[in-house]
Design a protein around this ligand. Structure first.
Ligand code: UT7
Length: 329
């Protein structure tokens, strides 16, 4: 009998209704549709505008849709992991709030904060519980409400980020379908280039931190760009080498959607044809931990049982990595 893998047996995404276009951003900051499109590939992004709604409410939409389409009883879910940097509150974890609101009452839950790599790291964590035989049904969510931590006066960040994400169900598979391998890395020195300085134990929220805009995302884009291309390219190559596979055996490359130029560079380094690269950045922008499950959801109809996928991400931390998986349905 082959080793038990954790197979994705369903995916469901959610994006808020409100569409923030490049045209609208032109009215808000000194920018242009031309600049945003040519430098990032983004045309529009979704924003959670509903008063009183938060990350968990988006998560509930994802989870309810997932349970329904996979015909799963909420009582059978044993673990929910939520990757996010914009949970409802600093604590408790949003995963537990989602469970409560979605009627998942026999599970435990926790959040993973690895910024844009969060979904990949969470997927691997969830997979480990399944592979070990300890759990049989795990939900992994990647989502972010980036609009809650973006300064809409800062043109260097507000044009990039959006809200949304998705959830997958993981179940055991003994026929070789599921998460096959992962290569993950981190570099804490990256904290200087991409961060939110206020609200943590280093700079607890005060009048001063708010006055200085420390409750907003800060990004020094160029070094992040370079490190992202390098990190994703290297770990994709490691996945090829460690698993003795070539790009011709990979059906889909699923890259984090941070910048179309980064996606193009990673695909070019791997000599990977763009028609087999999942791209939806033009519609959603960068949803941080949400991009990868949103891609899987968008492309679900085109995926076939047995397809090999490489998921790759890079984000704040720095954190980065790639995972190889065989699609199960
Ligand atoms: O998901 C987490 C990881 N994050 C990433 O992977 C993001 C990586 N970085 C990037 O995607 C890009 O660096 C950005 C999209 C953030 C910026 O693009 P860039 O090509 O690196 O631009 P830049 O920061 O080098 O700025 C070029 C120029 C500057 O003007 P000067 O100094 O040349 O006069 C900026 O002030 O573009 C200006 N600029 C803008 N102009 C119009 C920056 N933002 C804007 C804007 N509209 N929104």
């Amino acid at each position: 009998m082959s080793k038990t893998l954790a197979a994705i047996t369903g995916v469901h995404g959610y994006v808020p209704e409100y569409v923030l276009t490049n045209k609208e951003l032109e009215q808000m900051v000194e920018t242009s549709d031309d600049w945003i499109t040519s430098r990032t590939g983004i045309k529009e992004r979704r924003i959670l505008k509903d008063k009183g709604k938060a990350a968990s409410d988006m998560g509930v939409e994802m989870v309810k849709g997932l349970l329904e389409k996979t015909n799963t009883d909420p009582a059978d879910i044993e673990l929910v992991i939520c990757a996010t940097v914009t949970g409802d509150m600093k604590f408790p974890d949003t995963a537990n709030i989602i469970c409560d609101k979605a009627g998942i009452n026999n599970a435990f839950g926790y959040d993973i904060n690895a910024a844009c790599s969060g979904f990949l790291f969470a997927l691997s964590s969830g997979a480990t519980y399944i592979e070990s035989g300890r759990l049989k049904k795990v939900i992994v969510i990647g989502l972010d409400v980036m609009s809650s931590i973006i300064d809409y006066k800062d043109r260097t960040t507000c044009v990039i980020f959006g809200d949304g994400g998705g959830a997958v169900l993981l179940e055991p598979n003994d026929e070789g379908f599921g998460v096959i391998d992962s290569v993950f890395r981190g570099d804490g020195n990256g904290r200087h280039f991409l961060n939110m300085k206020g609200g943590g134990s280093l700079n607890p929220t005060s009048e001063e931190t708010v006055k200085n805009g420390m409750h907003y995302v800060f990004q020094d884009g160029r070094p992040v760009f370079k490190a992202a291309v390098k990190g994703m390219t290297e770990t994709v190559q490691q996945i090829f080498d460690r698993n003795n596979i070539t790009k011709d055996e990979i059906d889909w490359l699923v890259p984090h959607q941070a910048n179309m130029r980064i996606i193009n560079s990673v695909a070019a380094f791997a000599d990977f044809p763009m028609e087999r690269v999942m791209v939806n950045i033009h519609r959603y922008g960068n949803t941080t931990a949400g991009t990868l499950p949103l891609c899987l959801w968008d492309y679900e109809d085109q995926l076939k049982k047995g397809d090999h996928l490489i998921l790759t991400a890079f984000g704040g931390g720095f954190t980065w990595g790639s995972s190889l998986l065989k699609w199960a349905y």
